[in-house]
Design a protein. Structure first.
Length: 433
């Protein structure tokens, strides 16, 4: 593995690693990083969109006097989102200061995936809402501890001018993984749902182990870090939108997009059952079919948009257009309340979301304050724009459904307004084309 470290030097002043990867090492990094994100998003989408809704409904149906599956699922997701919202920025900030034989990021990638994966596997035997809640919270926190430093690898090791293609591959992997997760989740939910939890729990640790072994970090034991101060540590999590307006616009654009997007994704299974009128078994099949269609369009969109973004060295137009396409996709089920309408929505959504995921990450790495000096912390702060909507979406959607007497129309209207609004928040960014 000597060739791994040949492309890595250590800054004589700071002791931090400086990467200058060859084409072969760059390709290895992108393929293995993409593989990690593919599996992680497959896990998230399978568990959040299929496994947990099925498990929660089974528990509420078996409860004496029945129970409200929407409220129960919203409660679990709200609690887990609240407790995990700061996990990524905290892990990222601590990893920026970590001195270890295996580097800054690897300890968090390995530790987070091991504990998080174990908690996912432990969801399999649970038969109570308390057990589901406890292990999902542990899994959410630790997977975020892993995901923060993992996402920072792009800013650490890839030159800005190459991040469009790299981000395109990672975006395709994320969206493709999310789609495959729902396909697999829908299939195994009808066969052996507990086994699905175990497969994803074990798998996430294995793919992280492969990534760390294939892309070794140099030792950071001699890295120079400033004396620790609690005040300074926590104050750095505030990034002033006035001093760093581009960072602020990028944050709020992502926040509004995910606030709308998550409302539909989190309740897809219940939309098919209660809005379209499908049976439990048929809805598990349909959600897999939707994901298959979406997989094709999003992979095409991700790869092509990543290439074009680097070719023209432009990010903002792609993020803008992708957000508009996503908003338009949610109009389809309102006009066409059938399984076919949901399938068309999935196809159009794949085109928009694939482009968004591939380019938004590249844009984010280019608006970091102080030229990415604290990339782990800053990328972690940006993930709040993804995690906070997950926390807010569940109770807000439950309230909207209560107000509208259970009409899922309001969820689509909600998504259209928020995702469309997010498109315009990227335009004021000045440091990126």
């Amino acid at each position: 593995m000597a060739t791994d470290t040949a492309a890595v030097t250590v800054d004589s002043q700071s002791g931090r690693p400086v990467y200058n990867l060859s084409k072969a090492l760059h390709r290895r990094l992108i393929w293995t990083l993409s593989g990690n994100f593919l599996f992680l998003l497959a896990l998230y989408n399978a568990v959040i969109s299929v496994f947990l809704p099925n498990t929660v409904q089974k528990i509420t149906d078996a409860a004496e006097g029945g129970g409200d599956k929407v409220v129960a699922l919203a409660t679990i997701m709200t609690v887990s989102s609240f407790l995990t919202i700061f996990a990524q920025p905290l892990a990222g900030a601590i990893s920026d200061r970590t001195r270890s034989r295996i580097g800054m990021r690897a300890p968090f990638i390995l530790g987070g995936s091991f504990v998080g994966g174990a908690a996912i596997a432990m969801l399999a035997p649970q038969s109570s809402m308390l057990g589901i809640g406890i292990f999902w919270v542990i899994a959410s926190v630790m997977l975020n501890v892993m995901n923060g430093p993992l996402a920072t690898v792009l800013a650490d090791r890839v030159e800005p001018q190459k991040r469009g293609v790299a981000s395109g591959f990672i975006g395709a992997a994320q969206t493709g993984g999310g789609t495959l997760g729902i396909i697999f989740g829908g299939w195994i939910a009808n066969k052996n749902l507990p086994l699905g939890y175990v497969i994803f729990g074990v798998g996430i640790f294995l793919v992280c182990l492969v990534f760390v072994a294939a892309n070794r970090e140099p030792s950071t034991k001699d890295m120079v870090v400033e004396p620790f101060s609690w005040k300074q540590f926590f104050s750095q999590f505030w990034v002033s939108p006035r001093k760093h307006p581009d960072f602020g616009w990028a944050f709020f654009g992502r926040f509004f997009m995910y606030l709308g997007y998550q409302g539909v994704v989190a309740y897809q299974l219940y939309i098919l059952r209660d809005y379209i009128g499908q049976s439990d078994t048929q809805s598990n099949i349909t959600i897999g079919l939707m994901s298959t269609i979406q997989l094709v369009t999003l992979i095409l969109s991700s790869v092509v948009s990543g290439y074009l973004s680097d070719k023209f060295q432009a990010r903002k137009p792609f993020v803008f257009i992708s957000s508009v396409i996503m908003a338009a996709s949610y109009v389809v089920p309102l006009l066409w309340r059938t399984e076919t309408g949901m399938l068309v929505m999935a196809a159009v959504l794949g085109l928009g979301y694939g482009c968004y995921m591939s380019i938004d990450m590249a844009l984010m790495t280019q608006v970091l304050p102080n030229k990415g000096a604290n990339a782990g912390k800053d990328m972690g702060v940006l993930t709040i724009a993804t995690n906070l909507p997950q926390m807010l979406t569940q109770p807000l959607v439950a309230i909207l459904l209560a107000i509208s007497s259970g009409s899922y129309v309001i969820i689509f209207v909600w998504a259209i307004i928020l995702v469309f609004s997010s498109a315009f928040m990227v335009m004021p960014i000045k440091s990126v084309k």
